[in-house]
Write a protein that binds this ligand. Structure first.
Ligand code: 5GP
Ligand code: MN
Length: 319
C-alpha cells in the first residue's frame, strides 16, 4: 500500500473525526483507538463518534472512553471511516461532520471506495492489520497499549484465530504485537470471558432457539429484539453468537437472526464452501466477507427466514 497520500492528508489538516460501523465490534474499536492515538501523537485534534455504544467487553482498552455516541457540535477537516464497506454502514449522517475530506480505511472486498482517499486491503484479516502495516511501513513506533488495541482488532476479526482469514501473516503480525507488550491470554480473557450474567442469560435464550434446516446443512439461531428487555441485556451481549451457528458437524452455513416485528437482520457464517458475502449482496444493503456477512430483509422473521432458506437451498444444490 502507498501511504504517502495518507501521511499528506494527516500533515496538512488539523482536525479529524473518526467513525466506524454501527453495532461496534473489536476491529472497529481497536482500529479507531490505534488511529486516534496516532493522530493525537501528531498533535492533531481527533475525536471518535459512532452510531452505537462501546461494548463493555472492550472497555479495558486504554482510551476506550473516547469512543462515544456524542455527535460533535463543531465541524472537522477530515472524517476517517474505518471498517465500513459503504457509507450507510456508519448508521449516521456523515454530513453532520461537515468534513471536506473523507478517508476510508477498510478490508472488506465489497468496499465501495466511497472516500476521497481509499486504503482498502481485502487481503487483511482486520482493519487493525491495515493500520499495523501503516505504522510499520512508516516506521511509527507502537506503544504497548496501542499494540493491545491492534491485537484485539485482529483477534476478534479472526474469531480468536479460528476463521479462514487466520494466515501465517496474521499470526506474525500478532507475534510482533505480542513482542511489543501485549499479554495474549489476558486480552483473550477480557474479550471472551467477561460476560455479564444478563449477557449469559441472553445467550442461553438464543441457544434455546437452535434449529437445523435443509438436511442439517443449515443451522439457525434467533433473537427477537424484545428479549433484550426481558433479560436486561444489551444488544452487544449477542455479539459473537453468530459464530456458534457453524459449530455443528455437517453444517455448511449458519444463520443468526435478530428481528423486530417489521424487519429481520441476518448474520451469516459459512464453513467455506458457500460464499455468504456474495449471497448477502443479493439483498439490498447486504454484504461482507466470504465466510461472515450480513443483510437485513424488511420482513417479519417467518417470511424473511423462508426467503433466506430458499436462497440457501439453491446454493446447496450448486455445491
Ligand atoms: P456480523 O454478522 O458479525 O454483524 O458481521 C459479519 C460481517 O458482515 C462484518 O464484516 C460486517 O461488516 C458485515 N455485515 C454485517 N451486516 C451487514 C449488513 O447489513 N450489510 C453489509 N454490507 N455488511 C454487513
Ligand atoms: Mn473488520
Amino acid at each position: 500500500m502507498i501511504w504517502t497520500p495518507l501521511n499528506s492528508a494527516i500533515e496538512s489538516n488539523s482536525s479529524f473525526l473518526l467513525s466506524s460501523h454501527q453495532s461496534l465490534d473489536g476491529d472497529c474499536v481497536g482500529s479507531q483507538l490505534a488511529f486516534l492515538w496516532y493522530l493525537k501523537s501528531r498533535g492533531k485534534k481527533a475525536v471518535c463518534c459512532c452510531a452505537d455504544p462501546l461494548p463493555q467487553k472492550f472497555a479495558f482498552l486504554k482510551d476506550s472512553e473516547f469512543i462515544t455516541q456524542n455527535k460533535p457540535q463543531e465541524t472537522f477537516d477530515v472524517l476517517v471511516i474505518l471498517d465500513c464497506s459503504n457509507i450507510q454502514r456508519l448508521g449516521w449522517d456523515v454530513r453532520e461532520a461537515g468534513a471536506k475530506t473523507i478517508i476510508n480505511i477498510d478490508h472488506h472486498r465489497d468496499n465501495t471506495n466511497f472516500g476521497d482517499l481509499n486504503f482498502v486491503d481485502p487481503k487483511a484479516a482486520a482493519v487493525g492489520e491495515v493500520i499495523f502495516s501503516f505504522f510499520k511501513e512508516c516506521k511509527i513506533e507502537i506503544p504497548p497499549h496501542v499494540a493491545e488495541s491492534l491485537y484485539t482488532a485482529v483477534m476478534t476479526d479472526t474469531g480468536g484465530f479460528r476463521f479462514s482469514n487466520t494466515s501465517s501473516r496474521v499470526l506474525s503480525v500478532c507475534a510482533e504485537l505480542a513482542d511489543m507488550g501485549v499479554n495474549c491470554a489476558d486480552t483473550y480473557e477480557k474479550v471472551y470471558s467477561s460476560h455479564s450474567r444478563e449477557g449469559l442469560a441472553l445467550q442461553s435464550r438464543i441457544w434455546s432457539t437452535l434449529s437445523f434446516h435443509l438436511n442439517g446443512k443449515i443451522c439457525s439461531m434467533d433473537m427477537p429484539m424484545s428479549v433484550l428487555d426481558e433479560v436486561g441485556a444489551k444488544y452487544s451481549d449477542s455479539e459473537g453468537m453468530a459464530d456458534n451457528t457453524v459449530t455443528a458437524a455437517g453444517v455448511e452455513v449458519g444463520v443468526m437472526t435478530k428481528h423486530t416485528p417489521e424487519e429481520t437482520h441476518f448474520s451469516l457464517r459459512s464453513k467455506g464452501n458457500i460464499d455468504v458475502g456474495k449471497l448477502a449482496k443479493t439483498i439490498s444493503g447486504g454484504g461482507g466477507h466470504s465466510c461472515a456477512a450480513g443483510c437485513t430483509i424488511k420482513q417479519p422473521y417467518r417470511e424473511a427466514m423462508e426467503y433466506m432458506l430458499s436462497i440457501l437451498e439453491k446454493e446447496l444444490t450448486n455445491l
